[in-house]
Every structure is written in C-alpha cells, then in structure tokens.
Design a protein around this ligand. Structure first.
Ligand code: SF4
Length: 488
C-alpha cells in the first residue's frame, strides 16, 4: 500500500470515484446540517458528549472493571486483548470451540482493524459480512472506504455488476435480470443474506457503546441485519475497543441524539439493539444467544491515552461527519489513507494506534488542509486540526511517546529535513526579537526581489501549488512605533 500522497495522486485522477464521492458526501452533509439545526440545544448536547467521553477515558480503568463485573454477573464472559494477534486468537478459539466453521458478522470496525476475517479464514472459518455496504465490499474483493458507508466509492451500476458476478460464489446468486434500482439491489441482498442468518450458529459483532453501570452493549444500525446477527445465532462474540465504554445508561440519551443526526442525518436510527449478558429472558422463552463473549480490545488505545493532546481522538463515536465535510477525503477517497479509519479521524487515530514508524502513518497527519471543518461538525468536539499539528510535530521532530505501555523516544521520520530546518530558523528568530526586527526590515527593503518559487526540491514542491504571501513595505512593529510611538 503506497503512502497517502502517492495513493491520493492516483485517486484524484479517477473521475468515476470522484463523482461518486462528491455526490454521496454532498448529499449527506447537507442533510446532516438540516438535522442538526432542528435541535435548539445541539451545542449543549455536543458539550455533554465531550464531557462524558473525557470523564470516561480519564477513569477508563475504573469503568472497564465495572463493565466486566456487570457483564459477568449477567452471564457473559469477558476477555481482554492487548493487541490484534491476541484478539484474533481469542475469537478464533471461541468459534472453533463451538464446532462451527462459519460466522455472520455485523459491521464492526474493530474486527477490520485487527484483520479478523483473514485470521478466521486462516483457521478454516468463513466470515460473512451482513451489513449491505460491507457485503458489497466483501463480494467485490474490495476494501471499505468510509466509516459508515464502506462502499461509498461504488455507484449502483457497479454494485449490480458485483452482485451479478459474485453473489453465486458466496451463496444464493443474484437474479439473472437484476437491475440497478435500490429496491432490486436490496431484495437481492436480502434473499442472499437470509440464507446466512437462518443457518449461522455463531455471530461476531462490534458495539457502538458499552454501559459500565449495567453491562449493556448497544448497536445502532439502519438495516436490521445487525439485529438478525445479534439475536438469531446461538453464540455471540462482540469485539469492542475499550474506549467505547460510557459510565451510565442515562448517558446514552446524549449519544442516541447526536450519533444518528451526525452520521445519517436521521432524528433517530432505525434499529437500536441493546443486550445485557444473556438477558433475563434467556431460558424462559429461548430468545437470543445462549453464550455471549465480550472481547475488550486495546491495540494501541492505552498508548493513545497517555498522550495529553492526542487522547481526544478516543472520544470518537464513529459518526463519519468529519469525512463528509473534508475536502481532502472528498477528492482522495478512503482507500488513499491506507487505514481502516479513513478521513480526518483516520488521519489522527491510525498514527496513534499504529505509531508513526511506517511511511503510511507518517504521512497521514499531512492528509488535511487544516481548514477546521471536521472540528466544527464533530459531535464530541474533537479538535482534529490541533491533533494533526501535534502529530506533524511528532513526525518532524520525534520525541517521547508511549508504546506498549513504555515511555520511549522516537526518531524523526525520514524526509522532513527542510521542514525541520525551517522550523528551527523560525524558532531562533521568534526567540530573539531584535533579530526578527532586523530580518523583517531586510525583507521589506528587498521585497521587489521576492521570488515566486522557493529554491531547492522541498521549496519547489511547497510553492508548486501555493502562492508565497506578499511582503509588506513596513512591518507591523514599525507601523506601530510610527503610529503610536511604541506605546500601548
Ligand atoms: S471524529 Fe468526530 S466527526 Fe469524525 S467520526 Fe469521530 S465523532 Fe464523528
């Protein structure tokens, strides 16, 4: 997988991709803006969401232990996974122990993050995605490109072709005369998936929230496929990032308002499924799974928590609003980020979860114009531009970070020499007001000779697409001294 600049350069030349993305992101961002303005207390809801999430991640150890206690008391089993390999080992072992060789899945970014489908396949277990967009991605041997709409880069014609050519390889084939109307495509998917739901004995899910107080798991979705996965199979395994815990059931009132409006622009999402361990009805009427396992996934989250600026990324409720307003995402698409989490949130979350050692992760903090649109729409007020700048500093300067619980010092990433030299020169000048004044005067007097392009490879690359700002004839300090005599 190439790093972001190379991947994005290729993506922006794909006219179909750009048209599909533009249509989808503009439609949903306009609808979201209308849905949000309907609520007079949106700003207070946003602040409440931020406060609840901040409080929870500051006391994460306490709330996770409380959650474990509540889930266990309700008949569930909790497993702790420090990293992807451990999580995959746990889930694969649990599935094999049931004697089954296939599972149905309801959309879970955590399982994509750890590469669970590949681990299951290696163990001889087939995993069937049941979310419609995930199904399209799986049938097309593709990768998700959006948090909420993983097949956003596909149009209806492409989806029809994928259904026609690939559905038969995975189960019930699509009708020969399938057209590309939404109703026909949905019906083909429904018939294909029904077979899977009725046969599967094991399901794997994620969760949007975990309530520490009661041990309740919460899944929000639009199609009802999730509810089928969560209720029909005999064994349910949920793989959830540890940051998804919230303290009390009452806290849900905030997120059940902000998440649907931010993600699909709906006042409430069509299906909200909640379950607590095995539930009180188990044994009485046989409803729901007879075994429930919760795999709590760390995989870099406690390391992220150690970073005072970057930890705010753990507030994310995966609504995808930031993707839909991002001018970079709109043109480059999700695949260019080389990460399960694309767009602005991916640009700050992936380099923290995975570290900045690889070229892909070192380029992600630069996959933004820093326009701030992502911060404005974020329902939990994550200051994404602030974290981007913080991570850029880490990439350019290196410095102390926490990796696998240990404080280590990382070296600067390769290829930022010019940027580092420019920043050092700027710091030197800003630390010495006299030198800054002299430099400003020299610049002002020589402004006629100002070049339009900077020299050197890095300078040329920087000014290839940017204008150098004009140099004023007089610096602000000189103007101030002349106008006000240097007094306040
Ligand atoms: S960062 Fe904010 S806007 Fe983006 S997906 Fe997360 S919660 Fe939504």
């Amino acid at each position: 997988m190439p790093a972001f600049p190379a991947a994005a350069r290729e993506a922006v030349h794909d006219d179909t991709l750009r048209a599909n993305l533009r249509h989808a992101t503009h439609t949903i961002r306009d609808k979201r803006a209308r849905a949000v303005t309907e609520l007079a207390d949106w700003d207070r809801l946003r602040e409440a969401g931020r406060a609840v999430k901040d409080h929870t991640i500051r006391h994460l150890d306490h709330y996770l232990l409380r959650l474990e206690e509540a889930v266990t008391a309700a008949g569930g089993t909790v497993h702790w996974a420090a990293d992807a390999a451990e999580a995959n080992r746990i889930v694969t072992g649990l599935v094999l122990a049931t004697g089954e060789r296939e599972v149905v899945k309801v959309k879970s970014m955590a399982t994509q993050e750890i590469g669970l489908n590949e681990a299951l396949e290696a163990a001889g277990i087939a995993a069937y995605e049941t979310d419609l967009a995930e199904l399209i991605v799986q049938l097309g041997d593709d990768r998700p490109s959006h948090i909420l709409v993983p097949a956003i880069h596909r149009n209806r014609g492409e989806i029809r072709d994928i259904f026609r050519t690939r559905m038969g390889d995975w189960g019930r084939p699509a009708p020969e005369d399938l057209d590309d109307t939404p109703a026909a495509l949905a019906e083909a998917a429904r018939l294909h998936l029904r077979e899977k739901f009725l046969r599967a004995k094991v399901a794997v899910s994620g969760a949007n929230f975990m309530v520490a107080e009661t041990g309740t798991m919460v899944v929000l979705e639009s199609e009802g496929n999730g509810r089928m996965c969560l209720t029909l199979p005999e064994t349910l395994i949920s793989v959830v990032g540890i940051e998804k815990v919230i303290p009390t059931f009452r806290d849900l009132e905030i997120f059940l308002q902000t998440l649907p409006r931010s993600s699909t622009a709906e006042r409430m999402n069509p299906y909200t499924t909640m379950w607590t361990g095995l539930g009180p009805s188990k044994g009485a009427d046989g409803d729901g799974p007879s075994a429930f396992h919760l795999v709590l996934l760390d995989n870099g989250r406690t390391d992220t928590l150690a970073d005072e600026v970057g930890r705010q990324a753990l507030r994310c409720i995966r609504c995808s609003a930031c993707l839909n307003v991002c001018p970079v995402y709109e043109r480059a698409g999700g695949h260019a980020y080389g990460s399960v989490y694309p767009g602005p949130i991916g640009a700050i979350l992936s380099p923290q979860l995975r570290g900045t050692a690889s070229e892909i992760d070192a380029t992600l903090p630069y996959a933004s114009t820093l326009c701030g649109a992502c911060y404005e729409v974020c329902p939990v007020a994550i200051d994404i531009p602030e974290v981007l700048v913080h991570l850029r500093e880490r990439v350019v300067q290196g410095g102390p970070v926490t990796r696998e619980g240990l404080r280590v010092r990382i070296r600067p990433a390769a290829g930022h020499t010019a940027e580092r030299a420019a920043m050092r020169a700027a710091r030197l000048l800003l630390d010495h007001p006299g030198a800054l004044r002299r430099a400003e005067r020299v610049l002002a007097r020589t402004r006629r000779f100002r070049p339009h392009r900077l020299p050197g490879a890095a300078g040329r690359a920087w000014t290839e697409t940017r204008d150098l700002p004009p140099v004023p004839a007089e610096s602000f300090r000189d103007w101030w001294t002349r106008e006000r005599g240097g007094t306040r």
